[in-house]
Design a protein around this ligand. Structure first.
Ligand SMILES: NC(=O)c1ccc[n+]([C@@H]2O[C@H](COP(=O)([O-])OP(=O)(O)OC[C@H]3O[C@@H](n4cnc5c(N)ncnc54)[C@H](O)[C@@H]3O)[C@@H](O)[C@H]2O)c1
Length: 308
């Protein structure tokens, strides 16, 4: 497998600051007993045309997977990456017909679904709730009949969803909405949801994975999320607009850099692999430790407050 991966490694058009390479990073090439063996596995990656999704798709191909890439109609993907895919499905995941079309067109069995497509709060709140929350929720369930016996879903959440434990009741209410219209109606009455739509969508996908793991709604499915801090992708410019440069650069200044798409793709590939067979219902922060810093700062602030 490692040899095959090595054979496929070649340069793809770059993402900011780093060439995109189809293949396995050196640190993952460990010979015939290598971890992360995706030989004979099929993975569906949404938002594959750019950033974290592009890197994840190329890494999974390098690890032996048959990868089906999903992105919006007209999304421009590196041609070399598209050539490595088993199939590309064009679907707009900002409307309920999107996940339904993907589930219909995917040919299974599917071993891994990576719900990665996402937009920032620079977009209208309905679009953010659709792409970042309702599409992953629906696609995971609609693909259920096509999942292999032991399958995994990894959804890309965010450090912005850090408060998911405190806000789980709101997340559950959104997740319980039968139709997208019902979810939008709920949000229409809550200015908070509209204002913080990105963070709220990410909190909810973490709670959704936890619920899938606990309730075994889709039998045999392991469900996990990864929560990146800031990542050097085209979306970072939108986060600068939505959150302000200071917030975006603050985390990177502390950690020494933004994450690269490689950092996130490696975590996704691990959680999706058989090597993570006993891991389900976990949100994995991939943020250089920044979340830990925020937690300890909050603890200190609470202790100071209590001492007053
Ligand atoms: N970049 C960061 O700093 C960061 C931080 C935390 C979490 N994330 C999350 O990582 C994921 C990937 O983001 P990225 O940074 O690689 O961004 P990106 O913009 O490079 O990639 C996002 C991909 O999603 C696709 N997409 C967007 N709307 C879609 C739609 N309606 N239908 C189908 N596909 C659609 C885009 O075409 C694109 O290919 C997102 O879920 C994002 O929220 C990113």
């Amino acid at each position: 497998m490692a040899q095959r991966a090595q054979g496929r490694a070649r340069a793809l058009p770059g993402l900011p600051g780093r060439p995109l390479t189809a293949g396995t990073p050196d640190r993952l090439r460990k010979g015939p007993t290598a971890m992360l063996d995706y030989t004979g596995r099929t993975a569906v990656v949404t938002g594959f045309a750019s950033g974290i999704g592009a890197r994840t798709a190329s890494l999974l191909v390098g690890l032996g997977a048959r990868v089906i890439g999903v992105d919006r109609p007209g999304a421009v993907a590196p041609a070399e990456l598209t050539a490595l895919l088993a199939a590309r499905i064009d679907a707009d995941l900002s409307a309920p017909a999107g996940p339904a079309a993907v589930a219909e067109r995917v040919d299974g069995p599917v071993h891994l679904l990576v719900n990665n497509a996402g937009v920032a709060a620079t977009r209208p709140w309905r679009e953010v709730l659709g792409v970042d929350l309702l599409a992953p929720r629906d696609l995971t369930r609609l693909l259920a009949p096509k999942f292999a016996d032991a399958a995994a879903v990894v959804t890309v959440a965010s450090q912005a969803g850090l408060r998911w434990r405190e806000t789980a009741a709101r997340s559950r209410a959104l997740l319980a909405a039968e139709t997208w219209g019902d979810a939008f109606a709920l949000a229409a009455d809550e200015p908070d949801i509209q204002r913080d739509c990105y963070a709220i969508a990410k909190e909810a996908v973490i709670v959704d994975a936890l619920t899938l793991a606990a309730e075994r709604t889709v039998p045999g499915l392991r469900a996990n999320t990864v929560s990146p801090g800031t990542v050097q992708t085209p979306l970072l410019a939108d986060f600068r607009t939505a959150m302000g440069n200071e917030v975006v650069e603050g985390a990177a200044a502390w950690a020494g850099r933004h994450a690269t798409p490689d950092d996130i793709a490696a975590a996704i590939a691990f959680l999706g692999s058989d090597d993570a067979a006993w891991i389900s219902g976990v949100d994995l922060p991939v943020d250089g430790g920044y979340g830990a810093l925020v937690f300890t700062m909050m603890q200190s602030a609470a202790a100071e407050e209590a001492a007053r």
